[in-house]
Structures are given as structure tokens and as C-alpha cells.
Design a protein around this ligand. Sequence first.
Ligand code: SF4
Length: 350
Amino acid sequence: MNNDISGIDLTHLTFDDLRRIFASDDRGLLEEMAHAARDLTRRQFGRTISLYAPLYIANYCQNECVYCGFHASSGVIPRSKLTLEQIDRECAALAATGIRSVLILTGESRFHSSPQYIRDAAIAASRHFPYIAIEVYPLEEEEYGELYRAGVDGVTLYQETYDRARYDELHLSGPKKVYDYRVEAPDRVARAGVRHISLGVLLGLTDWHQDIMALFKHVRTLERRYPGVEFGLAFPRIRRVADDVHNYLEVSDKDMLKIMTAARLFFPRAGISISTREMPEFRDRIIEFGVTKMSAGSSTRVGGYVDAATEYHDGQFQVFDPRSFDEVKAMLISKGFDPVVTDWRNIVNS
Ligand code: SF4
């Protein structure tokens, strides 16, 4: 550990400061960062936390990511894809819980979940939700444009890791193996006119210090290139799946606090969300220090809101916070937060 943290101004962090902060185990500094991140978040966002829910409309996948039990050749889960009628019913069931902001997910198969299918799903969802984001495989700029005009407000896309060699080692085959096509996707999203883009890494695939620095550099570059776009950040931690022998690196709760608070201080206006892969106790604690967005009442099953059967128990998709939308709302209110279900809406995406 290098504890040289002299001269760091938390209100004007540089990349060099971040490098020193990440290399330090100074407890006083972490406490100072936590206070500063909490105060800054209150100034920028008040006590609001936006709530959303994921909506899986398909789970086919063409990729072989070694850390995911749902990879293409895995027989662990039944694959399925909702029809437009089923999507409509799923949306109605989810909207009835009070959720107004939805994240549509398809798994990563262009063959099974074509851009046209995603577009039709977005149009169906727009009848139920004022805010729609998608988390799908990387697309072409024109395709993002089509989705934007169909009502998609936000795109989430995780690079998983910025370490090219490690990326190559962990993504055995499938379209996802092409690092550059994925890392360049946020540019295509922004050029297509989409105004909300969320990025992240899967913490633990490699040394988090390097991945977080690379993520922050990527986001800072994009911010400068596309000043009209709002960027969001998420920091899911890897959960090991059965038979996976790859070495992952631990990311402790203390590391998470450092990452979250550094993200808030470095990107004062960025939305920061906390994953349902985290346990409820951790989510409830960390929301004080920079988080602005969390999912609630989540199902990661295709059709899971109409048919509330058993959830998956594979680490990468397992929901570790099973609380309903109302329970999460009640928790937030009890802690003095103001849960927000929809804070804005484009009049028209054109
Ligand atoms: S992480 Fe996503 S793309 Fe990779 S195998 Fe799992 S479902 Fe497929």
C-alpha cells in the first residue's frame, strides 16, 4: 500500500489523485471521501433515489463468457423469448406494482432477439412506462437511432473488463469476443441521439484498480465528446459460478465504498446505481454515499412478473435483494430518502 495522499483536493480530483487514493488504505481518507460524496450527492440530487426494474423478454445467448452460467452452450436454464402479447402482459404486471422506469434485457443473441424485435418490445413497453432503457448486445448506430425513435431513452452496456488480454481469455467465443466493437458502442449510442448511457465493469475479473481507472477515463472521454449525454455508472461484483476455475480478485465492501465515493467525487452529475446482486444490508448502507438509482422488486426470469415462479440461482443473474417495490420504497422513506419512480420524460424522441 502507498499512503502518500498529501495535497489531494477531493473537490477537484485528477487521475493522478485517483491512482493515489486507490493505492492507499488510509482510513481517515476513506471517511473523508464518504462524507464528501454524501454531501455532494445531496447537493446535486437532494435525497432522491430513482427506482427501476429489469424486464427480461428473452434469454438466448450466442456468447461463451466463462464467468456466466448462462453462456451459449450451457444447459443450465431453459431458453425462451416472449411474444409481443406476452411482453404487453409482462409490462402490465410490472407497471401494476408501481414501477415506471424499466430496463429491457434480451440476453446477447442477435439471431433470436433482432433489432426489430427489440424495437417492437420498446414500443409495447412505452404504452406502460414513461422511461425505457435497454441492455442488449452492441448494435450499429442506425439501429440505436431506430430504437431511440421508438421510445428508448437509455442504453446500458458493460465492457466487463478493459484489460484486453483478460477480456480475450474470459470471452471464449461469440460476437462479444470482439473487444473493440463493444468498447466503441457507447459512441454509436451517443451519435444516435440517446441521452442516457450507463457503463460499468464486472468487478473482480481483473485488478479493480486498473479497471476502474480505465472505466473512468472512458467515461471522461465520452463526456467531453458528447456534452449533451448523461452518463451513468454501475459496479457489479463477480459471483463465481460452478466449475469456473478462473482466478478472480476479491473486491471487498471497503473497496466498493472507495469506488462508489470516488465515482461520485470524480463525476458529480453521474447517476450511480447499485446492483441487486448485492445483499440488502449492503445496498441499504451504501446508498448514503453517492447512489442515485436502484432496482426494486426485480425478476431476472423471462416472464417472471406474470409467472412469479422460482428465480434463478446462478450468481451472475441471481437477485440477492428479493424485496418488493413497496418494501424498497418503505426502506428508503424510513432512511429519509425520497423514492422517485419517474423524474422526467422526453416529449418525443426525434
Ligand atoms: S454474461 Fe451475458 S453475454 Fe456472457 S454468457 Fe452470460 S448472458 Fe451471455
